[in-house]
Ligand binder design. Structure first.
Ligand SMILES: [Zn+2]
Length: 357
């Protein structure tokens, strides 16, 4: 988001909050259900993940949020959510579901004690290939390179390797360059070629990732088991976090069932919940949904922003991504105010555009 747009957004949020409009919004939305999406909960940013407030929120903010949810909302489990939609039974008023993607270790260290303290139900979606293996994915390696060596060096090497992408900095600009490079690597470069390219970079720049650092990135089975015993639910987030829609049918199927079986064996429990890696509209399709239904998954959560209701597609549940922002903003976000403001901004923009031309 542009800085000006962000500033306007914050100003309008504060205005709506102070004017009490928030309470009206909460009343209007009381019968809908919001599924919150978290990733990391930590004070410290890791070199393996993009420094982005949507991906890691501070423990202090997390506690403030869970404390508030446990007091003012009905925290229900993902399984409860499924049962309500399947049986068309109204949700308890002001229902909320708490989810975490990727299975980061800080979920155990920082989030779990807070969830327990407030007796809050939650579901963690695991990327199973990275548990107890000291393996990390290409995206972790990409961010690690940028944090240790630099983005310019990465782009320079990338342009040399892939002449079909010349003058990237000129074209994209420095702002959002990291996200754009990640996007190109994710969608435009074949996975084997991408893997080899990154390996070559690591060799050339003599990068060796400290095994101790990797150990602190993802959850271990021991930690997962401890949380499962304490009532935290688990779901699959595939084996290696690919864009499922880009894979052929068999490969996608394997990513899903291997990960499901892996968790089932380790926890001695059937696994029925799924979260699409990346989770946007383009990251899954009807074939993927068919695979999930065929292997008895009850639902799949996306990263498409919004509320759910009794008519929601269980294999395309919407979520609200939680951001490391001031508390008032959290309260507004979970009532969908951001979408509301964006609609107003969009209308205002169209109005002024019409007047000018
Ligand atoms: Zn993910």
């Amino acid at each position: 988001m542009g800085n000006l747009k962000k500033a306007i957004n914050r100003f309008m949020s504060l205005f709506f909050y102070c004017s009490g409009f928030y309470y009206i919004l909460k009343f209007i939305n009381r019968k809908k259900i919001r599924v919150l999406m978290y990733h990391g909960v930590d004070e410290r940013q890791t070199d393996f993940i993009l420094d982005d407030p949507t991906l890691v929120i501070s423990t202090k903010n997390f506690e403030e949020q869970i404390k508030y949810l446990s007091k003012s909302y009905n925290i229900i489990s993902t399984h409860d959510l499924v049962a309500h939609i399947k049986n068309k039974i109204s949700f308890p008023l002001n229902s909320v579901v708490i989810t975490f993607d990727d299975g980061l270790k800080n979920n155990f260290i920082n989030a779990f004690p807070i969830l327990q303290k407030y007796n809050a139900k939650a579901t963690i979606f695991l990327t199973t290939d990275y548990i107890d293996t000291l393996k990390i994915n290409w995206s972790n390696k990409f961010y690690y390179f940028i944090n240790k060596i630099g983005l310019n060096e990465f782009v320079e090497e990338f342009e040399r390797e892939f002449p079909a992408y010349p003058n990237l900095i000129e074209k994209i600009g420095h702002k959002n360059l990291t996200e754009n490079m990640n996007f190109i690597l994710k969608y435009k470069i074949d996975e084997n070629i991408r893997e080899k390219f990154i390996q070559r970079l690591y060799d050339k720049f003599g990068i060796k990732i400290n095994k101790e650092e990797i150990k602190h990135l993802y959850l271990s089975w021991k930690e997962i088991k401890k949380m499962a015993d304490a009532g935290i639910s688990f779901g699959s987030h595939t084996s290696t976090h690919p864009v499922l829609s880009l894979l052929d049918y068999e490969k996608a199927e394997k990513e899903i069932i291997d990960s499901k079986k892996n968790i089932e064996v380790k926890l001695d429990k059937k696994i029925h919940l799924f979260a699409y890696p990346y989770g946007n509209k383009d990251s899954f399709n009807s074939n993927i949904k068919k695979i999930l239904a065929g292997y008895n998954f009850l639902c799949a959560v996306s990263t498409i922003e919004g509320f759910n209701n009794l008519n929601s597609d269980l294999y395309e549940l919407k979520r609200i991504s939680i951001v490391d922002e001031p508390f008032y903003y959290f309260k507004l976000r979970i009532e969908g105010l951001e979408g509301f403001i964006e609609k107003i901004q969009h209308k205002a923009y169209r109005y002024f555009k019409r007047r000018r031309y």
